[in-house]
Write a protein that binds this ligand. Structure first.
Ligand SMILES: [Zn+2]
Length: 507
């Protein structure tokens, strides 16, 4: 690709040189030597060297079977990290991880989810029962941190699965769930708006991890979660079989009862009072998993030092999470989430290195592990930074940037300097629909940007939107493949990120 993007001027110089070499001994050419390209010309050439074909090829590579869905802790993730490092090394970046390596390692237990799963509802019928079995992915996923095994038991609805004495709220009060299957909701009965102070009291109870351990604490043998995606964002709990289900399953669980699932939820939210109850049905959950408590995760960290003696100790940081979900029965490719972010970051990083324009500040690249496992890699990085957090002038995080026609910059309102650099690049060169919005990141952290924002580091998180709807669900499913992406938006965004980084590094 470097030859494809050879600037016209360089090609002209090459032909002049070959001309000179061919005529050794003859008179030197009388034409005046051409001036070397100016920094501005190099900038534009490097920008046009960014190619959607190359970016899409990288997405295909990252989402291929050989990286196994990039679950942090697995050999597939480590191979994807090594693949990224090989590119960065080739472009002249320097390692900035542990002890002179490219990697920052951290403890990261993980669970492999294997084929062999079942979800069925036992429906009583006069003289016996029939089983309604559900379809993997279409109607349910294995819990990505479930224990391995099978449980058949009575289902008990426990609302949000929250026990919060200080809030006078307990979904487990008055119901016996020992040895049974609890059925529950994600998040909390109230959201961050309009009463932010009140929400902050509920926030600790909105984490998947909390809900799963609270179910286990109350003696549940199984848990059915009204959250229809594959999701490893929780700790493994021994003895708990965990299944993530669709609305169809939830509605079936409430059939024959005086109130529907939807009505029950509305009731809990409006009264802020539990509505737990036995559902009068028996279910079977079976999962096939293997827990690895010894897992080690890593972030890839690379640096391109700046040229100014004083300003090179300040940093413009580009980040994207490299990991995804591994397998959940089938490969979870994670093309939009977040091979698109990694490939777009790499394209910008290549242009930065190749442009050779003056860069006063240094550029730091962070490819995070374990975003899908509770934003663990970025949390670890912020607590163990390789450069002082206070020296970060701007952090641009790329999260799911592969689909659509509009670029959205979350927290861009809070950090207008960073967003301004993106906007200038867009107005001058790229001409995409782009906008900033406000995000104070009040809910549980769901992106790597969260821990940086909480540490008061100037941070924006960039995403894309506006793609036509797909006839299937793609978020955290096996259908998040490269085929659903819009390569052009990744090229445009890589150009904007490249130009904004150079701007911010010199401003
Ligand atoms: Zn994700």
């Amino acid at each position: 690709m470097s030859f494809a993007s050879t600037p016209a001027r360089t090609r002209a110089l090459i032909s002049l040189c070959s001309l000179a070499a061919a005529s050794v001994g003859a008179q030197p050419p009388t034409r005046a030597p051409q001036a070397p390209p100016s920094p501005q010309e190099r900038l534009v050439t490097a920008m046009h060297g960014i190619s959607s074909n190359v970016i899409l090829d990288w997405v295909k590579e990252l989402t291929s079977e050989k990286f196994g869905g990039r679950l942090t802790g697995t050999p597939g993730y480590d191979s994807a990290a090594a693949w990224s490092v090989a590119l960065l090394r080739g472009w002249g970046y320097q390692p900035a991880g542990d002890k002179g390596t490219w990697y920052q390692k951290f403890p990261n237990p993980y669970t492999l989810v294997r084929p062999g799963t079942e979800l069925s509802l036992h429906l009583p019928l006069s003289g016996g029962e029939i089983m309604k079995s559900y379809t993997w992915e279409k109607e349910f996923f294995q819990g990505s941190t479930s224990d391995s095994g099978r449980v058949t038991a009575e289902a008990v609805y426990v609302g949000y699965g929250i026990t919060a004495p200080e809030l006078g709220y307990d979904d487990y009060a008055g119901v016996d769930v020992k040895g049974k299957i609890v059925v529950l909701e994600p998040e909390a009965p109230i959201g961050p708006e309009p009463d932010t102070a009140l929400f902050k009291k509920w926030r600790p109870y909105s984490f998947h991890d909390y809900k799963i351990s609270n179910a286990a604490k109350h003696g549940a043998a199984g848990m059915v979660y009204d959250y229809h995606i594959a999701n490893p964002n929780a700790r493994f709990v021994k003895g708990l079989i965990l299944t993530y289900v669709s609305r169809v399953v939830m509605d079936d669980l409430f059939t024959g009862l005086p109130v529907s699932h939807r009505q029950t939820l509305d009731q809990i939210r409006s009264a802020l009072k539990p509505a737990s109850r036995p559902l009068g049905k028996t279910m079977t959950l079976a999962n096939n998993t293997q827990y690895h408590p010894e897992g080690i995760g890593s972030n890839v960290i690379a640096i391109l030092p700046g040229s100014d003696p004083a300003l090179k100790d300040e940093y413009i940081v580009l980040g994207a999470h490299l990991d995804h979900l591994g397998y959940n029965h089938e490969l979870m490719p994670g093309a939009h989430d977040n091979a698109s972010g990694v490939a777009t970051l790499l394209a910008a990083a290549e242009a930065i290195a190749r442009a050779k324009v003056p860069m006063k500040r240094s550029v730091l690249l962070l490819l995070f592990g374990a975003e899908e496992q509770g934003v663990a890699g970025s949390e670890y990085y912020v607590a163990h930074p390789v450069v002082p957090n206070a020296k970060i002038k701007a952090f641009l995080n790329l999260e799911s940037v592969g689909r659509g026609e509009r670029i959205g910059v979350s927290s861009g309102k809070e950090y207008p300097e960073t967003y301004g650099a993106m906007e200038r690049a867009n107005t001058q060169y790229v001409h995409r629909a782009i906008g900033a919005f406000s995000n104070l990141n009040l809910a549980r952290p769901r992106q790597d940007a969260a821990h940086f924002l909480w540490a008061k580091i100037p941070t924006v998180s960039i995403g894309t939107s506006g793609a036509p709807p797909l006839p299937f669900a793609s978020y955290h499913t096996s259908k998040d493949t490269w085929q659903i992406l819009t390569p052009e938006i990744m090229e445009d965004l890589a150009q904007i990120v490249f130009l904004a980084t150079v701007d911010l590094a010199n401003r």
